[in-house]
Design a protein. Structure first.
Length: 611
């Protein structure tokens, strides 16, 4: 549907009017637009569920490569575009990308997406820097990198297979977005541009299209697939039809790992900035512990620093960028006066925090200043309190200390995971909360959890409340104050043989907007008020987990395929094994639970209590 403005010109489907909020499907200016569908080029908003459903049906048949709107009518310039305007814009954008890729690395491809140390494409003289700072480079045999940087023969728009970095059990179709030195910036087809990631051309995590099938696997939609899971096969067919495939001969074998950690404190290297992974920066080995090294970025405060294994693919020997044609970021500096920026020696004797045991969370970077470090914040842990069914409280330390609320929350989650034999269940429950997203890497797998916003130290109390309610542990276990002698929940009455979920009056009392207000009831207790066919995705995950805690490992899979209450009742063995790639054992268990639900009296609400 199109409208005719006062100037008499008809608006095409690819050029929505400025400052006009209207339904993507019917173009009616109804407010508010409560229905939203994320797409590659942003989000689409709709006035009703009917319009959303009609858009999805049409979207599967064909969407414009430029604006992501559905293609209507028969007078289109191409089957891939909704208007001539969109086709011309797309062609210009592609031409620009190809030109920029051809002259890289002397010109940056695009601006950094967020806070960054600083980005420059000026030459950097390692010899001068090593001499002026009286430093030595880490030997090449310390790194899991080829002696000579591998040749990059990939081109923008090529298709390949890659592991989903947010769900490494899934192999997905990816598109080459940027070619830089020996590195590729990749985007998973069906995901958005906020989840792009970088890989070396000799990474074992990328392969030519067809490799997954030859290995007996199935291509999966990426985590956060923008459409309904049932449309994945058609989406995949459309994506690969006529696409430019990366030839098998340009993929290279990953180099072997060094036999042991050969790094020494003070050695120089080049390292990826995890906050802005398009940057490779001047860095120093700040500490060495077992099989890990502490990477510190020269001229910047510790917010950039991180621990990594000695064979990480994100660290490189001195001179690697110059050899591979990748831009190299020089050390940070406090001013831009033009004086020598190398007149300093890295502080290698300052105390360095130990590497995390099970989890890592990226911190926002800050430039170097002369201000003293902030005083530490300490969490007091009452080890005699009940850890509930998931936490062995005796395995927790008495205190945890960090300098920022976020790093302290990260350390607390790490210690909790280390004190539990049901870490997958804990991660699944924390992923079902509301609040600020936090990326956790546990046992080599990446998870997204949500915790209340952490702007100041006092906000940690909201985190304690959320953890106690979600994990069913004592509300007095964690505190910012000194530990009390007695706990009214655990010390003044005997612990029952089988712990029941906490009553509603013991639930969270925080009123932080949008974060923990939903915790006025325990996650499981609130489910018995909702009929099965009205469950959301998180309710389904909690139901499956309550029946068998080991199934919590498949929480992200249920989110990826958008299995809500209605979809759960329709699941069968073939669907789960063929389309969700579940193994026979878990699929049989879930089928049994679904069968039990169907056998319940009509209208009865399932009771989670006591499970």
């Amino acid at each position: 549907m199109s409208s005719t403005p006062q100037n008499g010109k008809v608006r095409g489907p690819g050029r929505p009017p400025k400052k006009t909020v209207s339904c993507t499907w019917c173009n009616e200016g109804k407010l508010p637009l409560k229905y939203v569908l994320p797409t590659t080029n942003g989000k689409k908003e709709f006035c009703s569920e009917t319009c959303l459903a009609e858009f999805r049906k049409a979207y599967v048949k064909g969407a414009c490569l430029q604006c992501d709107n559905v293609i209507r009518g028969t007078n289109n310039p191409s089957k891939d575009f909704c208007s001539t305007y969109c086709m011309n814009r797309y062609q210009k954008k592609t031409e620009l990308q190809n030109r920029v890729a051809a002259i890289a690395p002397t010109t940056p491809l695009e601006a950094s997406p967020g806070p960054f140390q600083y980005e420059t494409y000026q030459p950097f003289d390692w010899d001068e820097y090593l001499k002026e700072t009286n430093s030595v480079p880490a030997p090449a045999n310390c790194f899991k990198q080829a002696i000579e940087p591998p040749k990059n023969e990939f081109k923008v728009s090529m298709k390949l297979e890659a592991l989903d970095p947010r769900n490494v059990t899934s192999t997905c179709i990816a598109t080459v977005i940027t070619v830089l030195g020996s590195r590729l910036r990749l985007r998973l087809d069906g995901s958005d541009n906020k989840n792009d990631f970088w890989r070396l051309v000799d990474s074992r995590e990328i392969n030519p299209v067809g490799h997954c099938e030859k290995s007996g696997g199935m291509l999966q939609p990426p985590l956060g697939f923008r459409m309904n899971a049932s449309s994945w096969p058609m989406f995949l067919t459309k994506t690969l039809n006529g696409a430019l495939m990366a030839p098998a001969n340009i993929f290279q074998k990953e180099p072997p790992s060094p036999k042991c950690n050969l790094f020494q404190v003070g050695q120089k290297l080049e390292a990826v900035d995890k906050k802005n992974p398009q940057l490779i920066c001047c860095a120093t080995v700040g500490a060495v512990k077992n099989d890990q090294i502490h990477v510190t970025f020269d001229g910047w405060r510790g917010a950039f620093d991180y621990w990594c294994k000695y064979d990480s693919r994100d660290i490189f020997p001195v001179g690697w960028c110059a050899k591979s044609g990748h831009p190299m970021q020089p050390p940070g500096q406090k001013n831009n006066t033009g004086h020598s920026r190398y007149k300093f020696k890295p502080a290698l004797t300052a105390p360095v925090p130990p590497p995390p045991i099970t989890s890592t969370v990226a911190e926002a970077p800050e430039a170097d200043t002369s201000a003293p470090p902030p005083p530490p914040i300490t969490i007091q842990i009452r080890k005699s309190c009940s850890g509930g069914p998931l936490i062995d409280s005796t395995q927790l330390p008495p205190t945890i200390e960090e300098t920022t609320p976020k790093s302290l929350a990260k350390s607390l989650i790490s210690k909790i995971l280390g004190a539990s034999h049901k870490s997958e269940t804990i991660l699944a429950r924390l992923g079902a909360l509301r609040g600020e997203e936090m990326v956790i890497t546990h046992m080599g797998t990446t998870y997204t959890i949500k915790l209340p916003q952490l702007a100041k130290s006092a906000d940690l109390e909201n985190v304690f409340t959320a953890l106690a309610s979600a994990l069913e542990c004592c509300h007095n276990m964690f505190s910012l104050d000194s530990v009390k002698k007695d706990c009214s929940n655990c010390d003044l009455k005997p612990t029952p043989a089988k712990r029941k979920p906490p009553p509603e009056q013991e639930a969270a009392t925080s009123t932080t907007p949008g974060d923990t207000s939903h915790l006025s009831e325990s996650p499981l207790a609130s489910r018995n008020k909702i009929p099965t066919n009205e469950w959301g995705i998180e309710e389904v995950i909690q139901f499956i987990e309550s029946k068998d805690a080991s199934l919590g490992a498949y929480a992200d899979l249920f989110r990826t395929h958008e299995i809500d209450g209605k979809a759960l009742l329709l699941l069968n063995l073939e669907m789960m094994m063929k389309h969700m790639d579940l193994k026979l054992g878990p699929a049989l268990k879930i089928c049994k639970f679904v069968s039990e639900l169907k056998d319940e009296p009509k209208g009865r609400r399932y009771n989670f209590q006591g499970r």
